[in-house]
Design a protein around this ligand. Structure first.
Ligand code: CP
Length: 347
């Protein structure tokens, strides 16, 4: 493994101390995000600006004239999609967001087809990409890989932005963004809402990032419903306590359904199993079934970051409260907005 002088010291710093290092160097008070690595970099103010920009982009995209204008916004830019952990939605929504904005794209989706198979380190691969493009979006199985990439590029002569498209079990900040955007569009606001998160909360990175962002809103309450082995980890619970967000832990999913404004389902993340441990748990009591619709509030919504297995019955797909297909599409618009912000190209 390559040794990077200074990386260990940087990695050990408290998260909040690193944010300045991930900001655009020229921005006033270092407030503009340059590398998006952690959900906690996304302030309420910045998130609100992204919601408004995403709405504007999707409105412009309704006409050919608007679409032509959008395509000129970043037509001089090139992006690399480095997605070496499987992905459908994050990859396609970033790719299509690039297409909407006129950004040209390159991609690597499997290290078996890149020079990593010849022994090149992933860090050298990222430095190589920076020779060709203006922005890199990273999906990687290794926790902290996006952060290390940003650090490596900041040490180099080409510190182009890195966007974390999901890293290991820890973070998926752009998924949290699209989740908030979906709640805001569906319910009109996020303040005051009660969110039930269900499934594999321990290893689900979308839930971890979303929980942190919810702390930016007033009077939200979170119900974490999971088997004991897969409950939310203490680091997130401590963060919520520090931010004054009320939460409760339960293994009785059905008991929280009538109280929730948002049901956020997730699948078992068995790709992280060490010894097939997920198979030992009966997760059916954490599935949202058609019979549960009767106890769900009339104006509540059902979300899932997808891919799904059996967590939500397909019979529910056409219920107006099922928002997961819209949620996936919202990802394209909010990611387009994020890239415009990062590239400094808002219309
Ligand atoms: N929600 C999500 O990250 O989906 P993909 O793994 O398909 O990108």
């Amino acid at each position: 493994m390559q040794i990077f002088k200074g990386w260990k010291e940087f990695k050990a710093k408290p998260q909040a101390e690193k944010f300045q290092y991930f900001s655009r160097p020229s921005s006033l008070q270092n407030k503009t995000i340059h590398h998006l690595i952690y959900a906690q970099q996304l302030t309420r103010e910045f998130t609100g600006e992204l919601f408004a920009l995403a709405d504007k982009i999707r409105d412009m995209a309704k006409t050919k004239e608007g679409m032509d204008s959008l395509q000129r916004l970043a037509s001089d830019k090139r992006a690399m999609l480095f997605f070496v952990q499987p992905s459908t939605r994050t990859f396609l929504s970033f790719l299509n967001a690039c297409h909407i904005l006129g950004i040209k794209t390159s991609e690597i989706r499997d290290t078996a087809t890149s020079s990593e198979i010849k022994g090149e380190s992933p860090e050298d691969a990222v430095r190589t990409f920076s020779s060709y493009v203006d922005l890199i979006i990273v999906r990687h199985a290794e926790e902290g890989f996006a952060e290390k990439s940003a650090w490596v590029l900041n040490q180099s002569g080409r510190p182009i932005p890195i966007i974390n498209g999901g890293s290991g079990k820890d973070e998926h900040p752009t998924q949290a963004l699209l989740d908030l955007y979906t709640i805001n569009r569906s319910l009109g606001k996020i303040d005051g809402k009660k969110i039930a998160m269900v499934g594999d909360l321990k290893r689900g990175r979308t839930i971890r990032s979303l929980s942190q962002l919810l702390a930016n809103y007033s009077d939200v309450e979170i119900f974490f419903a999971a088997a004991e082995q897969y409950q939310m980890k203490d680091d997130i619970l401590e963060y919520l306590k520090k931010r004054g967000v009320p939460f409760s832990l339960t293994s009785d999913f059905e008991s929280v359904i009538p109280k929730a404004d948002v049901i956020y389902c997730t699948r078992i993340q068995d790709e992280y199993d060490e010894n097939g441990e997920s198979e030992k748990i009966d997760y059916r009591k954490f599935h949202f079934e058609e019979r549960h619709l009767a106890s769900l509030k009339k104006d509540a919504i059902i979300m899932h970051p997808f891919p799904r297995r059996l967590e939500i019955a397909t019979a529910i797909d056409n219920d107006p409260r099922a928002k997961y297909w819209e949620q996936a599409r919202n990802g394209m618009w909010i990611r387009a907005a994020l890239m415009l912000k990062i590239l400094g190209r808002e219309p």
